[in-house]
Design a protein around this ligand. Structure first.
Ligand SMILES: C[S@@+](CC[C@H](N)C(=O)[O-])C[C@H]1O[C@@H](n2cnc3c(N)ncnc32)[C@H](O)[C@@H]1O
Length: 226
């Protein structure tokens, strides 16, 4: 566990050991909301690749009949606001109640709800898009197929998924000690394979080397429900 996590959430290691990963993720993000928001709420101003992928996603969603989009694992809500500013009917969902509280205060005109990506409070086939910006990173690889199936369930035919995550060049997903909660990096091809198994057609991917000291590739994948 990183010092940041231990200090921020005040939860002991022995307690965390008996939590499942969703409880652990929730407790960890609940404990770092203000710090996270101060570090990331304006981050895309200096990250043109991610910003433009979201812009492309929004433009493609606007070309469908369905302007309603979910920002799943929305955190402080800054990307929900960006999607709204790009002309979409955007709402945010997150499993961390403290993140949802923060998002509601930061973006009072927008709707945010506490929810798990594994069980979205959304009717079948009703969304033009789902944005998952670094929010699937904490999901253990064995649970990712079901998580992706749930995103596909809520997409209308023609609807889009933009998912961003830490990429790795090796053959397998790799668990690593993310600053907030344990996370996984993914080879882009393996992730795209899971999207195909979930019924999505991937038509764009961007692998960007941010020259970070951790050596991950920022990976953005755009897929469509046929
Ligand atoms: C790395 S943060 C990303 C937040 C935001 N999307 C951004 O790009 O700044 C991951 C977020 O996903 C949320 N999250 C992780 N697993 C989740 C799940 N299974 N269901 C809902 N939210 C989840 C966390 O609570 C956290 O707010």
């Amino acid at each position: 566990m990183s010092g940041w996590r231990a200090a921020a959430n005040g939860v002991g290691v022995s307690f965390l050991a008996v939590l499942n990963h969703q409880d652990e993720t929730r407790a960890a993000y609940d404990g770092v909301v203000e710090l996270y928001a101060s570090m990331f709420a304006n981050r895309l101003e200096t990250h043109p690749f991610a910003r433009n992928m979201i812009g492309t996603f929004a433009e493609l969603v606007r070309a469908t009949e369905h302007l309603r989009v979910a920002d799943v694992g929305c955190g402080p809500g800054h990307l929900t606001a960006m999607l709204h500013d790009l002309g979409l009917d955007a709402f945010g969902l997150d499993l961390s109640p403290a993140m949802v509280d923060h998002a509601r205060r930061a973006q009072p005109a927008l709707r945010f709800e506490e929810a798990h990506m594994e069980a979205l409070p959304v009717e079948d086939g009703t969304l033009g898009g789902v944005l998952a910006h670094y929010s699937m990173i904490h999901t253990p690889p064995g649970e990712l197929p079901a998580l992706l199936a749930e995103q596909v369930r809520v997409l209308a035919p023609g609807g889009l998924l933009l998912v961003s995550f830490f990429g790795t060049e090796g053959p397998d997903p790799v668990r690593f000690d993310h600053k907030v909660a344990p996370a996984y990096s993914w080879p882009a091809d393996r992730f795209v394979g899971l999207l195909a198994e979930a019924g999505l057609v991937t038509f764009a991917r961007l692998l960007h080397d941010p020259a970070s000291e951790r050596g991950f590739l920022d990976t953005h994948v755009l897929a469509r429900r046929p």
